[in-house]
Design a protein around this ligand. Structure first.
Ligand SMILES: O=C(O)C(=O)C[C@]1(C(=O)O)C=C[C@@H](O)C=C1
Length: 286
C-alpha cells in the first residue's frame, strides 16, 4: 500500500530528511509550509500521517508543535523518528568567495539556536532572519542572489537549491539529534512498518494539576515511581490561561498496558488532575 505522508516542507528540510531516511517502502511525500498546516492536513484526511519536529537535543521542545497539539489540533503521537542533525553554513554560489562578509543569517529559529556560539564568534553583527524551516531559508537565498545572506541548513538543501556549503558542522554541541513525531487523529493507527528498525516503547501523557492544592506534583511523580514506570522526560508549558498556569508533558519508557499505566492515570484523576494520553508508540532511532 502506498501512504501519503505530510511533512514540514519545502523539499530538503530536516523533517524531509527524516521521512526519506526511514520510509523505504513506496510512500508519497507531501510538503507543507508550516507545522500547523502539516498537522491540519492529517486531521482532515488530506494525508495518512503527518511528520513534524517535536524536540531537539540542544534547543529543547519545538514549542509550536507542542502548543498546536495541546491547544489547537488534538492529534495522537503514533510514532517517533530520531535523527542526527548536522547544520552546515551555505551561501549562494555567487558569494562563495566572500561568504565571511554576509550581513544576514537566514534559517529556522531552532537551527539558528543550535549554532549560536558559532554565529556569535564568526558573525557577531549579522542580522538573524527566521524562516518557517531550514529548507524555506535555503530556497529563499537561492532565489534572492541580491541578498548578502548565509543559510544554515542540511546537505540535501545545498544540493536541491544549488547553494555552496562553505563551513560544515557548525552546530555548537557535538550531540545534535532531533525527534520527529508521526501524528494521526486516531491513537490506535499504526504508521507504516520500518523494516530493519526495532523501535523503543514510549508513552506520552499530558497532565494538568488541580489549582491551589499543595504537593500534587510530588504525588503525580509518586504515582509513576512506585509502579516503576520509568519517566524519561517531564516538561511544563503554559496553559495560556493565566500566569502560573502550566500543564506537564511526561514521557514514560513503557508501552501502554492494561494495568500499570491505566492504574497511574486513574490515580492522577483521583487526585483531581486532568490526564490525556497523547500517544503510546515506538520511537525509531536512525
Ligand atoms: O527547518 C527544518 O528543516 C525542520 O525540519 C525543523 C527543525 C526544527 O524545528 O527543529 C528540525 C530539525 C532541526 O532541529 C532544525 C529545524
Amino acid at each position: 500500500m502506498s501512504y501519503r505522508i505530510g511533512f514540514l516542507g519545502p523539499k530538503a528540510t530536516f523533517t524531509h530528511l527524516a521521512v526519506s531516511k526511514f520510509f523505504h517502502e513506496q510512500i508519497e511525500q507531501i510538503p507543507y509550509a508550516t507545522i500547523p498546516a502539516c498537522m491540519d492536513a492529517v486531521a482532515v484526511g488530506d494525508v495518512d500521517f503527518s511528520i513534524v519536529p517535536l524536540e531537539n537535543a540542544i534547543e529543547g521542545s519545538v514549542n509550536l508543535t507542542v502548543d498546536y497539539l495541546v491547544h489547537e489540533q488534538p492529534l495522537h503521537i503514533v510514532g517517533e523518528l530520531v535523527v542526527p542533525i548536522n547544520q552546515h553554513f551555505m551561501v549562494h554560489p555567487d558569494r562563495e568567495s566572500s561568504w565571511q562578509q554576509v550581513d544576514k543569517i537566514v534559517s529556522h529559529s531552532h537551527a539558528i539556536a543550535q549554532c549560536h556560539r558559532y554565529l556569535h564568534n564568526e558573525f557577531p553583527l549579522a542580522e538573524h532572519s527566521y524562516a518557517a524551516s531550514t529548507g524555506a531559508a535555503a530556497q529563499f537565498v537561492s532565489t534572492h542572489p541580491g541578498e548578502n545572506a548565509g543559510v544554515i541548513a542540511n546537505e540535501m538543501a545545498a544540493e536541491v537549491y544549488g547553494l555552496s556549503i562553505v563551513k560544515r558542522d557548525i552546530h555548537d554541541y557535538h550531540y545534535n539529534h532531533t525527534l520527529f513525531a508521526i501524528l494521526h487523529p486516531s491513537a490506535s493507527e499504526k504508521p507504516p512498518t520500518l523494516p530493519g528498525y526495532e523501535g523503543k516503547d514510549k508513552t506520552t501523557i499530558m497532565v494538568t494539576l488541580p489549582s491551589n492544592q499543595s504537593g500534587t506534583l510530588h504525588q503525580v511523580l509518586s504515582a509513576f515511581a512506585w509502579r516503576k514506570l520509568n519517566m524519561s522526560k517531564i516538561e511544563s508549558r503554559p496553559m495560556k490561561t493565566g500566569l502560573g498556569n502550566y500543564f506537564f508533558l511526561i514521557d514514560l519508557e513503557h508501552a501502554m498496558d492494561s494495568v500499570l499505566i491505566p492504574g497511574a492515570v486513574n490515580e492522577l484523576e483521583a487526585l483531581g488532575c486532568g490526564v490525556k494520553v497523547l500517544g503510546s508508540y515506538k520511537a525509531f532511532y536512525a
